[in-house]
Design a binder for this molecule. Sequence first.
Ligand code: FAD
Ligand SMILES: C=Cc1c2[nH]c(c1C)Cc1[nH]c(c(CCC(=O)O)c1C)Cc1[nH]c(c(C)c1CCC(=O)O)Cc1[nH]c(c(C)c1C=C)C2
Length: 573
Amino acid sequence: MANLTSTRPVHVCHASLNQRSSRKSWKGLSPRAHVVPGAQSASPGLLFTAGTRGCVTSRYSKFAQRKLFQVQARAVDADIAAPPSSSSSAEKVDVVVVGAGAAGLTMAYTIAKKFGKEVSVAVTEARDVVGGNVTTRTEGPYTWEEGPNSFQPGDPILEVACDVGLQKDILLADPGSYRFVLWKGALRALPASPADAVFGDFLTFPGKIRAGLGAIGIRPPPPDKEESVKEFVSRNLGEEAFGRLIEPFCSGVYAGDPAKLSAPAAVGKVHRLEGLGGSLVAGAIQAGKEAKENAKPRDSRLPEVKGQTVGSFRGGLKKLPEALAAALPSPPRLNWKLVSLSKAAEGTELVYDTPEGTKTIVAKAVVLTAPAYVASEVLKEAAPAASEVLSKFYYPPVCSVTIVYPQSVFREPQHGKGPPGPPGAGFGQLHPRSQGVRTLGTIYSSSLFPERSPKGDVMLLHYIGGAQDTTLIDMSDEEILAQIHTDNLTTLLKPGTELPKLLGIKRWPKAIPQFNVGHLDLQKDAKKGLSDAGLDGVFLGGNYMTGVALGRVVEYGRDAAADIVKYVETQKA
Ligand SMILES: Cc1cc2nc3c(=O)[nH]c(=O)nc-3n(C[C@H](O)[C@H](O)[C@H](O)COP(=O)(O)OP(=O)(O)OC[C@H]3O[C@@H](n4cnc5c(N)ncnc54)[C@H](O)[C@@H]3O)c2cc1C
Ligand SMILES: C=Cc1c2[nH]c(c1C)Cc1[nH]c(c(CCC(=O)O)c1C)Cc1[nH]c(c(C)c1CCC(=O)O)Cc1[nH]c(c(C)c1C=C)C2
């Protein structure tokens, strides 16, 4: 059996968009294979594998290629931020955004849209595809996500989606989509509201009393140190609420370890409430008042968002990065891997490894949206202290596994809300580490977005691995599939159900940055390290700085664009 490890390099095909130096060269196909450290490895599914191993190009939709081609042609004609024809002369650009994930593309799009006349912007991307963690796949009648499965439909991400023409493609899942937690052999629906928590059977009677008293402030006072999520929640709401509610939540957002995650950094919105009102309940009332006072009129293009819904796009999440990339005045430079940064007379010099050799850009401002471990590497020479701090952000491995069972193999669950898959309503289920199931959680993909798989098929997305199970990634595809199926037999399936159809296993050797105790200090120290090295024009915009939610990185890209432009203007003055 193949034993794929986290250190396995990924060879990225180049035979797609090649959009550099000269008018002629974009058509050229470079045969050179390129190793991209930090790029994520994709294991092809056992079902649809032919010819796709290691070649990400095939996943890039023809539509997006055509769109980028059109934009490319426009950009070349207008000579917008066109790179120099000679590799020896450094190109000059006002803002370079490193990384064409959701954050970088939103940042570049916003700068171009709002400030495009005054400020030039270029996006550079190490891989041959845009989207970063957002990697939707379509094979035959199935469409599935390998990274994020959906987003919280906050106004910023919805507004950006409308701006780039996706208004009609926004999908909001059934607002009654239950989140289930496995507890003592049964799946139990997570309380959807405080009233549910009080009157439902998710917590025992003593557990409810403890949580209720703690929430109104009858609990030990905050200690004089940064608490972990486990400490903070156990102190405020009791051990039971922690184990049944918050421990699985930490898996479902960070794939993390709640004994290590920092309360102020990882669950800042809840942590803040205690300080705001003296207790969680008083703080929530105060925060509600503040939110009402600060509410802005809502953009009329945005859909109404009801209940516990989550969002995506027709065709999958990748539609957003593709639409952002297509709306840029000059397309992202794919296969441009940043290797180093240094201070230059007119700003910051960026050195790239590209299929045409080494290229250099000098920028007034640089926004690094690549992961912290990449930022650490490229800053080694120019800012050793910042580089050292950036190497400390921890990203555990996670695998995402999408499979299909026929509807007939599911048991009728005790919760009475129907089995996964239409017409059963549900978002998915989480498995606390204490419950003896290795899979972290399962998204009911075909319940959430039924048009992504044929009727009668139940498509499930599993996440497995994380901060408390780091050796999972060393297992073979067959072993991972067998583990997922065993776990499904425990939680969902009729005994004797046969192995499912496997659509794909995606290995994320470094998945999600952990906002562990000390995270806020690391963030401050990383910024200070840059400033001490004289790199004031280099901005850290990765999700380890902004927050991990997809909606949050888009919000950052949109809202921080003005600050970057302001900085550029001070440099031009
Ligand atoms: C398995 C998984 C599940 C998730 N589930 C959810 C979810 O359900 N909901 C949710 O809201 N969020 C989820 N997230 C989190 C969310 O997807 C990410 O936080 C978000 O997509 C990060 O976007 P970004 O643009 O900040 O970074 P990235 O997407 O990491 O983009 C950074 C880009 O930088 C590029 N790059 C790297 N090195 C270089 C270099 N040297 N030179 C140039 N470019 C470089 C990368 O190739 C990449 O394209 C999930 C994440 C993972 C991994
Ligand atoms: C089990 C692994 C993971 C699942 N999703 C993620 C991981 C690591 C990543 C993730 N999920 C959410 C976010 C965004 C958080 C935000 O602030 O918007 C991220 C980065 C959303 C989310 N998913 C679940 C919950 C409870 C949340 C928070 C907000 C919400 O209620 O929607 C639950 C959940 N996540 C996963 C599963 C299987 C699952 C089941 C109920 C997968």
